[in-house]
Each structure stands twice: as structure tokens, then as C-alpha cells.
Design a protein around this ligand. Sequence first.
Ligand SMILES: *Cc1c(COP(=O)(O)O)cnc(C)c1O
Length: 408
Amino acid sequence: MGFTSKIVHSDRRDPIEHGSIHKPVHTAVTFAYDDARDLAAVFQGEQSGYSYGRQVNPTVTALQDKITIMEQGVATAAFGTGMAAIGTTLFALLRAGDHFISSSFLFGNTNSLFSSFAAHGIEVTFVDATSADSVAAEIRENTRMVFVETIANPRTQVSDLVGIGDLCRENDIAYVVDNTMTTPYLFVPKEVGASLVVNSLTKYIGGHANALGGAVTETGLFDWSAFTNIYDNYKKGDVSNWAITQIKKKGLRDFGASLGPEAAHHISVGSDTLALRMDRIGSNAQQLAEYLDGHEKVKQVYYPGLTHHPEHQRSCELFKSHGGIFSVELVDDVDCFDFINHLDLVICSSNLGDTRSLAIPVAHSIYFEMGPERRASMGIDDSLVRFSIGIEEPEDLLADFEQALAIS
Ligand SMILES: *Cc1c(COP(=O)(O)O)cnc(C)c1O
């Protein structure tokens, strides 16, 4: 079955009361047991069931199962935000004295989070992940993990996902891929050997900017018996489940960054149309990027769908389309604030992955805190505007860009 046929029927794989076609929103925080032995068995991991809402909830479980199907994985843990999914996963799996390697082309808050790990005894090296060689050069004896994004935001660098996957497999290093930009519809990181896949559900998967959420999916590929940081308690059953169990216990349960049932419901309904939205978004972004590329008021367009993009070929080979994010540097005498203000349809806003097209002046907002030096090292020009293209009709978007550039 195809992607959409599978996910729109995923809730009904288990019978739902009254034949309900959505998993209901279960708001109960706690769950009652007739036999105290059953409650004990749930606590001891001998029996599946619900104990307390911080750890899991039936509505959230249904969403986790849906994400697992999308990512072709074995299990998923959902969180209150994408950042919670990333922070909690690293906290649960790394210890003081460990080292990990991360792409330097990262979502801004992930970059900020990773920069704080050193103070807790976990060292990170940032590398140019468009080449597996730069990752290979930094591998040490205590390197436990490599973290990359698929298409980076805002400059759209595409990681060497295959090369880094091979490298991690050869060196028994956990390979974590943040698939938020591509989504499991455009790309399945398991196919390049990812051990764990992160998704911010807030973005394309939920898709309508009405709920925050995050997820991490275990692909089943990594041999966690070769990973030194799994607590004995969680070395039970199938070895492919050890890490996700530890993430759920040491991460989700102990940190408590849980996804609420109402948000899980919004995200689940939104995700039904993921494939349709991504097809429209990808084709809109491609048309707009081509229009802007070569426009007299535009200095540079960064989009993997353009043939002059350094990783264009890789993007064609790996992804179903080149996604919905591109950024633009304007010529010197066009002010990026004026340009954004002249756009009517496109909204000035910090989110991405919405149904509506959004624009943001990167250096002055999401990358402001890191300062000019770090921005320069990441190739963030002061005039850079990032667009997250939505599902509006392409002719309306083109007309909006045309009129805004004409008067800027
Ligand atoms: C937005 C985003 C996150 C964080 O997700 P939130 O749900 O906003 O916490 C992580 N990674 C990437 C690539 C993102 O775009």
C-alpha cells in the first residue's frame, strides 16, 4: 500500500470503540486496574498498558504508531516539542566523557542546545556534514553518536546521508537523523542506515501550525548491545528496543516533556494529508526558486532543486522532491525588511512547514543570538530571507513575489 493509504487507516488497525475512525482524545491522566497484579505487571514492563499520562496515553500511542509506520521503524516516542525529542534523546543516551559529532548546519535551537552539552561533560564537534570525510576525521574512541539533518535550514545544505550512514555502521556509532525538513514522505532515513530518526511534528507532519510536538523513531538497525550506555534494566527483550525503552524511561518519564492528547489529535489529523501537501509544496517551491534565480534584484537563491546547488545531484537521488524551504540573498540596494513587508500573501513569521507561505529575515531573528561571527561561519548573510512555501496556488505566489520585488 502507498504512504497515504497506510497512514489514513493506521488508527483503525486496532479496533476503536463505536467504530470511531479517529483515535479518540483520551484526556484521563491515570488508568484504573481491577487487579493490582496487572498494574504491577505494567510497571515492571511485563505487560503493555497505561499507568500515568506523563509516560503515555492512548491518543499519543496511536500517533506514535502512525509515525512508526511512516518511518518504517519499530517504535516511536512522542514528545511535547521537537526540541524535547532531541534534547531528551541525547540526554538519555549520552554520558559525561562521551563525544558526539554533529553537522554544523543545524536548526538554530538544536545548535544552541548542543553547545550547552560541553558544560555537562559531553563533548561535541561540529563538522561540515555535506562530506562524510569531515565526519570520519573527527571520530574518536569515545564517539558515540553522529547527528545530522537532511536538508539544513536556512542555507539548504544536504548532508552526505549515505556516506555518513556507512561510516557509522563501520564504527558502531549511533546515527541520528533529523528528518523534519524532508519528512518521511520525501525521505526514509532508515534506507541510509539511520539508527534513530527525529521529527518535529510541529512542522510538516502536523502541518497546520496549530500544535507543537516531536518524535524519535527507532529504526531497528542499530545493535544496541554494542552501545556502552544502556542501563542493565533496559537490556530486556529484543535488542533493537533497548534504546527507545531507555529514551522513554530515562528521557520522557523522568524529564516529563510529554505530548498532550489534544495536540496528538491535531497532529494526527494534520498528518493524513502529508503526502498531498508535500507534493504541492515541493512543486510550488521549485517554481518559485526557479523564478527568483536570476531575477535582477536577487543575488543568490539556495534551493537543492536548482541545478547549480552544490548537492543538487544528491538531493535528486535521495529525496522525492527538494522540499519547501529556500532562502534568498538580495542585491545590495534592496532592503530585506522592505521586501518582506511588500509581500501580501506571504506572511512574515518564524514557523515553517505550514500550509501558508512564510518569510523571515534570518540574521535579524532566528540567527540573531549567535552573533555576526558564527553567522558568517555558517554562511548567513545579513540580507538572507528564508521562505517556507505553503500550499497556495502557484500563480498567486508567483504574482506576490513579482509585485513585491518590483516595488522593493
Ligand atoms: C523546528 C525544528 C526543530 C524543533 O522542533 P519544535 O517542535 O519547534 O521544538 C528541530 N529540528 C528541525 C530541523 C526543525 O525545523
